[in-house]
Design a protein around this ligand. Structure first.
Ligand code: HEC
Ligand SMILES: [Cu+2]
Length: 474
């Protein structure tokens, strides 16, 4: 074909393409293969992916990895977080209304737990949760069309849901309206969440999750971006005087509603509940658990502005405090006098480790103590799979309550705790073929948790001593 001939073919083909596009009214379906494909840029908080410049929909490929890892919760305090993308909150996703999101959820092989994802931006059963359950080392793909614009929370919805969220499995996806959000100078990503630890605020060391405190909705920590002090000092958010700042603020919960406020600023605009209604001149905005808000304000005078949950004990005593540091020249017509940071830096604003209070690992001396300590080990390590009353989940996790497998052979139970267990087993006549991970517990913890489990739910009441676990380990 000569050049003009090729042209003659290309033009009608193009016209057809454009025609079919406009006939479809730019309304691609979740399995529309004709859309241009792009890979989503994901960012860790407080960064936000760049604004979308496209004026047409695309098929946006999102690759998100679930990862469980120990991270700093406060100075001297660590916690085993379950994450979307290796940090809390999960990576920020940015798409455009009308995009088809092709979602790949990948659970790392070194995970212990199955996970899934419920995106509040997705319309469909479970917001994707029913299509995305992945065991360690598995990947699942599903697609949804971003029908409604807004800022949406996503979270893990694997049982027990509250525990997966409390452990850090939440993040946000922004669906920009057609035409985009008005341009601003700075955009940041902030997300509040509670952490329920066995020890109180500041108790040092690796802290296990407290099922009881989560049930009572009484957290030891309320934090922005996964840790006390995650956005202070040299990690403070920055802006210059005269700039417009947009904060994408989410609340992972799992339980508390946030009264979001920036000390020394008035929100010029708030997209309340991150929807399409814009309110102006707001001091404090409510952000429900599993909800979000977009707040915007222009900075006028330099200084440190402190973002808090204005349920104020949470800010100054539990960690819900972040700093926006604004640089530039003072303007005495707006504010006379210098802002003294110390006025706003209360005790407990950044967690202090309490020196010399590290508890000795508990050693049970009586049967009652062994059962009491074992209950804590159970709440921190076993509840997620075997459930609060040891009833298990049919087809997935065998029961410990009244289990013939457990009660029939103490030595075998000790081996399960030491080495994990996989391959088909029969418990009370039902077959299970899952994987129980080796949990690297101490001899004391294994003795305690098994003694606790044997003491509960019509089990045999046997005792397990650390010396028996030690012998079995050899
Ligand atoms: C990540 C999920 C998970 C966690 C956490 C977990 N288990 Fe398991 N457990 C399983 C699975 C799955 C099986 C069945 C394995 C198989 O099919 O071979 C199992 C089997 C068992 C069994 C033998 C079967 C039965 O029902 O009697 C015992 C006993 C047991 N687990 C105790 C515990 C204790 C105690 C803890 C906490 C210290 C714990 N497990 C933590 C998943 C888990
Ligand atoms: Cu999860």
């Amino acid at each position: 074909m000569t050049y003009p001939e090729r042209f003659a073919v290309a033009i009608p083909v193009l016209t057809l393409l454009v025609l079919s596009w406009s006939i479809a009214g730019c309304q691609p379906t979740a399995n529309d293969a004709a859309l241009p494909i792009e890979t989503a840029v994901l960012t860790h908080a407080p960064e936000v992916p760049p604004a979308i410049k496209r004026n047409h929909p695309a098929r946006v490929v999102v690759n998100l990895e679930t990862q469980e890892l120990v991270q700093r919760l406060a100075d001297g305090v660590d916690y085993t977080f379950w994450t979307f993308g290796g940090k809390v909150p999960g990576e920020f996703i940015r798409v455009r209304q009308g995009d088809v999101v092709e979602f790949h959820l990948n659970n790392r092989p070194d995970s212990r737990m199955p996970h899934n994802i419920d995106l509040h931006a997705a319309t469909g059963p479970g917001g994707g949760a029913t299509s995305s359950l992945v065991i360690p080392g598995q990947s699942a793909t599903f697609a949804f069309k971003a029908l409604n614009p807004g800022l949406f929370v996503y979270h893990c919805a694997t049982a027990p849901v509250g525990m997966h969220i409390a452990n850090g499995m939440y993040g946000m996806i922004l669906v920009e309206p057609v035409g985009g959000l008005p341009p601003v100078d700075r955009e940041y990503y902030l997300m509040q969440g509670e952490v329920y630890t066995a020890g109180g605020y500041g108790a040092p060391g690796l802290q296990p999750f407290s099922w009881d405190k989560a049930l009572a909705e009484s957290p030891d920590y309320v934090v922005f971006n996964g840790a006390v002090g995650s956005l202070v000092g040299d990690k403070a958010l920055r802006a210059d005087v005269g700039e417009t700042v947009r904060l994408f603020v989410g609340n992972g919960g799992p339980n508390l509603t946030s009264s979001f406020h920036v000390i020394g600023e008035i929100f010029d605009r708030v997209y309340s509940e991150a929807g399409s209604v814009v309110s102006e001149n707001i001091q404090t905005t409510l952000i429900p658990a599993g909800g979000a808000a977009i707040v915007e304000f222009k900075t006028q005078v330099p200084g440190d502005y402190i973002a808090v949950d204005h349920a104020i004990f949470r800010a100054f005593n539990k960690g819900a405090l972040a700093i926006l540091s604004v640089a530039g020249s003072p303007d005495s017509s707006v504010y006379s006098g210098r802002i003294d940071e110390r006025v706003y830096m209360p005790e407990g604003g950044a967690a202090q480790s309490i020196p010399g209070t590290a508890p000795e690992p508990a050693r049970a001396t009586t049967l009652a103590e062994r059962i009491e300590f074992g209950e804590r080990v159970f709440a921190a390590n076993c509840v997620a799979c075997h459930q609060a009353n040891g009833q298990g989940i049919p087809g997935a996790f065998p029961p410990l309550a009244g289990s013939d497998f457990l009660n029939g052979d103490k030595g075998r139970a000790i081996q399960v705790l030491l080495n994990g267990l996989e391959g088909p087993i029969t418990v009370n006549g039902n077959t299970f073929d899952g994987v129980m991970p080796a949990l690297s517990l101490s001899d004391e913890d294994i003795a305690n948790v098994l003694t606790f489990v044997y003491s509960q739910w019509d089990n045999s009441g046997q005792t397990v001593l650390p010396s028996e676990v030690e012998a079995a380990r050899k």
